[in-house]
Write a protein that binds this ligand. Structure first.
Ligand code: GLA
Length: 630
């Protein structure tokens, strides 16, 4: 006798399965092209990327004149004794004005003999002795920004080697007196000099001129890159502000336009914090800090940590807000909704099933009740829990949305945990994403990007081959999906879309749970289409990333036929569990045995039709079949 229910197509043919299992996350089809992890620059394929830098820098509070050896020692002590190191602030950086006007007789950068009489190795030893990392400032041009002391142009290898000999762990390479230089190339020199030094040093590309598009070349060059002029200690730029300074919220807006460039280990840097410096209210400083956390930005305190108020300390050390910043998925928040009157909802996905960080930002001048709907933050409808991260209190469970009153210039910062819209076997281009950021317009579904607003693309085309399905992106570009551990492989064909001819230059990456699973080579419009075929077994968060390589111009790049293979059910061809009804437990041949299809189950799927073979020459179709042997 046999029961035949319809089988849902599930497992791959055995031969194919073996091939896919042979490809682990760390052995994707292309090895990482950058291989720069030794400099703390980029995570190689299979390596876990570092979280955004946390530390302190002298500039915002002390400028040029206040930076001395005594200040550094006292600050190091205060960072340890005041709980900053314990909260994660582990890098103490000396900004401009530590060095002498001229290089020494050997041509090396050297210390200002009055401000740093013990020398730069000794101050590094003190910093290390307190369990902190040692950061130092340099200029990529002919002189530092104050104009007074030597720059590092054409001395990059020599200066980095010198820094390495002092035990430096972090270099802020500032764009000063450097007009006419090609920033991508100059900063690549610093990256390569760090690799050559043999020391693991984080490169902070402090390119304070956004016309250089640091977010285009930054990800392949540095751990972090500036995106703006210098921050000023104001909510917004006051009238008459010089062009090299901008208010906090203006820099936040500027950074939002390049959200897709931030990825684990390589992040946009909206400049150092002003929290505690006196130009904003505590409410505004909470908003400032919360926005930086939502952006996955470096958190570099810029106040006098030797004498901060309790309110400032509470802001800087709130562990739940810091956790939002340091989240391993490394997304930069996106605008989920602009309600008008300065009311905005920002969010980013967090590691953890259904987890989101949400900021309800009130830029207006009166308090307002604000609402976030689960739909706006790419959660499925239903119940989600809400935790207020400033109050550090659970607010409860809420259906489909949550509302709260937010004061003027305030931001409610929430952790919402609901249900991710799941993805299943098939083309991703037909399925819901949980995050989308893209340099030009949105990522388009089933058409190319076009380079403008929504819906302006054409047929996805790679090297003359048109594709019906896929994503048309414009680098930098980032998408997230949540297979939630139930899929095995991701495949796609990738390249620069034919609509830009031979132009464009991009690099494709696939990330799983904050770890880089795949990185292809640099591609232009002339590069043959690449096949991506990687294991995503066990991966809960799948990120599709397109990185710019030089400028963002013409970077129209496609994920064609992006597919995931999933087997989120029992293995196929399991025996069905059939139920029979009889009048007695032992039946005689002439007594009726009834097969009850509705109570029977098939582990491979739902039974919708069957044929029953009685084994005595009779077969029958139907829900209930009665039969007695002749
Ligand atoms: C530039 C940088 C600042 C600071 C000063 C120092 O303006 O952008 O962050 O380092 O130089 O001179």
């Amino acid at each position: 006798m046999g029961l035949r229910g319809p089988r849902r197509r599930s497992y791959l043919p055995v031969g194919l399965t073996l091939i896919l299992l042979g490809l682990t996350a760390a052995t994707a089809t292309h090895a990482g092209t950058t291989g720069l992890s030794s400099a703390g620059v980029m995570a190689s394929v299979g390596m876990t990327a570092s979280a955004p830098t946390m530390g302190w820098n002298s500039w915002n509070s002390f400028g040029c004149g206040g930076l001395t050896e005594t200040l550094v020692r006292e600050t190091a002590d205060a960072m340890v004794n005041g709980g900053l190191l314990a909260a994660g602030y582990d890098t103490l950086t000396l900004d401009d004005c530590w060095s002498a006007v001229s290089r020494d007789s050997s041509g090396n950068l050297t210390n200002d003999p009055v401000k740093f009489p013990s020398g730069m190795k000794a101050i590094g030893d003190y910093i290390h002795g307190r369990g902190l990392k040692y950061g130092i400032y340099a200029s990529i041009g002919t002189a530092t920004c104050t104009g007074g002391t030597a720059g590092s142009l054409d001395h990059e290898y020599m200066d980095v080697a010198r820094f390495a000999s002092w035990g430096v762990d972090y270099i802020k390479a500032d764009r000063c007196n450097a007009d006419g230089l090609i920033m991508k190339d100059i900063y690549a020199r610093w990256r390569d000099a760090i690799v050559a030094s043999g020391r693991s040093i984080v490169l902070s590309a402090s390119d304070n001129n956004p016309t250089d598009e640091p977010w285009a070349w930054g990800p392949l060059t540095a751990g972090q890159w500036r995106i703006s002029p210098d921050i000023s200690d104001d909510w917004t730029s006051p009238p008459g502000q010089p062009p090299w300074k901008e208010g906090m919220i203006d820099i936040f807006d500027r950074n939002a336009a390049h959200a897709a460039a931030t990825a684990p280990g390589t992040v946009n840097d909206p400049d150092m914090l002003e929290v505690g410096n006196g130009g904003m209210t505590d409410t505004e400083y909470r908003t400032h800090f919360g926005l930086w956390a939502l952006m996955s930005a470096p958190l570099i305190a810029g106040n006098d940590v030797r004498s901060m108020s309790d309110a400032t300390r509470a802001i800087l050390t709130n562990p739940e807000v810091i956790a939002i910043d340091q989240d391993p998925l490394g997304f930069q928040a996106n605008l989920a909704g602009d309600i008008g009157n300065g009311l905005q909802v920002w969010y980013k996905p967090l590691a953890g099933s259904g987890a989101r960080a949400v900021g309800l930002l009130n830029r207006g001048s009166a308090s307002a009740t604000m609402t976030v709907s689960w739909n706006a933050i790419d959660l499925a409808p239903g119940i989600a829990t809400v935790r207020d991260l400033w109050a550090r209190a659970d607010r409860g469970s809420f259906a489909n949305q949550y509302s709260v009153s937010v004061s003027a210039h305030g931001m409610a910062l929430l952790r919402v945990v609901g249900t991710d819209s799941p993805v299943s076997d098939g083309f991703l281009s037909d399925q819901p994403w949980t995050y989308m950021a893209n340099e030009q317009g949105p990522v388009e579904r089933n058409s190319s990007n076009g380079g403008g607003g929504a819906g302006d693309g054409g047929t996805l085309t790679l090297n003359g081959v048109p594709y019906l399905r896929g994503f048309g992106g414009h680098a930098p570009s980032a998408l997230e999906f949540r297979p939630n551990g139930s899929c095995q492989t991701f495949t796609a064909e990738v390249g620069v879309d034919d609509e830009v001819g031979t132009l464009g230059s991009v690099l494709f990456q696939v990330w799983g749970d904050g770890q880089k699973l795949y990185e292809g080579g640099v591609m232009t419009g002339e590069t043959p289409t690449e096949n991506v075929n990687i294991s995503i077994a066990g991966i809960r968060s799948l990120r599709l990333q397109i990185v710019s390589v030089d400028s963002t111009a013409d970077d129209h790049a496609d994920w064609a036929n992006p597919r995931i293979a999933c087997a989120d059910r029992s293995p196929p061809n399991q025996p069905p569990q059939a139920r029979f009804t009889t009048t007695r437990s032992l039946v005689a041949p002439w007594e009726i045995v009834a097969f009850d299809a509705e109570s029977s189950t098939d582990p491979d799927g739902t039974i919708v039709s069957y044929m029953w073979d009685f084994g005595d020459g009779f077969t029958a179709n139907g829900i209930l079949v009665r039969h007695a042997y002749a």
